[in-house]
Design a protein around this ligand. Structure first.
Ligand code: IMP
Ligand code: MG
Length: 179
């Protein structure tokens, strides 16, 4: 796997610092509430596992899966719900936990879907934000780090379902995803 990487972008230790900071902010902002952390499968699972343990207030978790058609390195904007939440969310405070906010297509679809169920609030917590690539206006209340327009993998993020198990974030060599 390592030979496919250009550079290591964030070490495991740096990721822990970022995630701890996000957990602290969420714990302060949601004190007295019991938010539901909604993890978007599969890219956010590693982040979710660390983030939920960095949150020090009572919270619940749930999972949702969507798929989007398109090339392997880009979304097409056509999003389909593959797995819905297990529980009702009416009147609840939701924090959507996502690996990376890119074009914004995926999250704008998810937000629309969830808003229709009348939660008390919906906010996004994304580990990474690629603002240069945004096509629809989506704002993340919590963003771990801004990244440039490069394809990154590891810590849950994949290319063609692989590299998710790397404990750090690396930049994938262009020759891998440009064929
Ligand atoms: P969006 O709908 O374009 O915002 O796409 C977001 C999804 O695209 C993320 O949940 C990732 O699965 C995927 N994605 C976008 N950029 C990257 C990247 O650099 N590495 C890995 N996956 C990415
Ligand atoms: Mg993905």
């Amino acid at each position: 796997m390592l030979k496919d990487l250009e550079t290591v972008y964030y070490s495991a230790e740096q990721l822990q610092e970022i995630v701890q900071g996000l957990g602290r902010r969420i714990s302060e902002d949601y004190a007295g509430k019991t938010p539901i952390l909604v993890s978007i499968l599969k890219g956010s699972v590693v982040f979710m596992a660390d983030l939920m343990r960095a949150v020090t207030i009572p919270c619940e978790i749930d999972f949702m899966a969507v798929s989007s058609y398109g090339s392997k390195a880009e979304t097409s904007g056509v999003v389909k719900l593959e797995k819905d939440l297990d529980r009702k969310i009416e009147g609840r405070h939701l924090i959507i936990v996502e690996d990376i906010l890119d074009s914004g297509m995926t999250l704008s679809y998810i937000i629309q879907l969830l808003e229709a169920r009348h939660p008390a609030s919906v906010r996004i917590c994304t580990l990474f934000d690629k603002p240069a690539r945004r096509q629809v206006p989506v704002h993340a209340a919590y963003a771990g780090a801004e990244v440039p327009d490069e394809f990154i993998v590891g810590y849950g993020l994949d290319y063609n379902e692989q590299y998710r198990n790397l404990p750090f974030i690396g930049v994938l060599k262009r020759e891998i995803y440009n064929g």
